[in-house]
Design a protein around this ligand. Structure first.
Ligand SMILES: [Zn+2]
Ligand SMILES: [Zn+2]
Length: 250
């Protein structure tokens, strides 16, 4: 089976400076074939026309690199939209970009919460937002479902809402990602987003996942990929990729 990393950021993300060709060279060295370039879209502060123009340019660059490195790597055109359910028309306008997949993620978290009570409240708000995003059913993959653990360093999630989220994802024939950045972002408290408990629950409901490192730097392109692939396999999870918004099993 060819190795995949479906969550990679490049200079086309606001918080990343890495050149696409440098990413390609590093991935080829790491023996990763399917590479999902999954740059941020922040519709709350990026104008739609800027987003469309920027991604047209990026996609041309991806086409050129796919041609230049044919047989060695296949770059896929992804985006990671923050809170897509708040911007239905703008998400719709991305159709002209011919994307391979769209990831939806919630990054809005009450980061000032300090006390147990504040964190519990923050957690309830966060998962309500995740549920709304899942209900809106606009995207293919849901990113780092319990990303809030990065900031709270403890899991305040309620099993019932997580189950509701996963069952709705299954009903809509969508999937989640297994994001390997958790250990570097939680001082090794969690191995993945979602954490083991949620991954195990997910595997009882749905099998397909994408695996990605959420790399913003070259040295993060391979981060905990083998370890998490092993764990996913033991849980019976199946890594997939997307092309032209269609899921492809590997
Ligand atoms: Zn994210
Ligand atoms: Zn990301």
């Amino acid at each position: 089976m060819k190795n995949t990393n479906m969550h990679i950021h490049s200079k086309y993300s606001w918080d990343c400076k890495t050149e696409l060709e440098d990413i390609v060279k590093e991935l080829i060295d790491s023996n990763i074939y399917y590479a999902g370039i999954c740059d941020h879209i922040e519709f709350n502060c990026e104008a739609s026309i800027y987003v469309l123009t920027k991604f047209k340019i990026r996609n041309l660059e991806i086409d050129e690199l796919n041609e230049k490195y044919k047989g060695k790597i296949k770059l896929l055109k992804g985006v990671e939209i923050s809170s897509p359910h708040l911007y239905p028309n703008k998400v719709e306008s991305l159709k002209e970009l011919d994307l391979d997949y769209i990831m939806g993620s919630i990054h809005k978290i009450d980061r000032k919460a300090k006390t147990e009570e504040e964190k519990r409240k923050g957690s309830i708000e966060y998962y309500k937002e995740v549920l709304k995003m899942v209900e809106a059913n606009q995207v293919d993959v849901f990113g780092h479902i319990d990303y809030i653990n990065r900031y709270y360093k403890q899991d305040y999630s309620d099993k019932e809402i997580i189950k509701e989220i996963f069952e709705m994802i299954k009903e809509n024939n969508k999937i989640i990602e297994l994001n390997t950045s958790a250990s570097r972002r939680t001082d090794d408290l969690y191995i993945s987003f979602p954490n083991l408990e949620k991954l195990a629950m997910y595997s009882g409901i749905k099998k397909e996942i994408t695996i990605g490192t959420d790399a913003h730097k070259l040295e993060e392109l391979n981060y905990m990929l083998d370890e998490n692939s092993f764990i996913a396999k033991q849980l019976g999870l199946e890594p997939v990729i997307y092309e032209k918004r269609k899921m492809i099993k590997l």
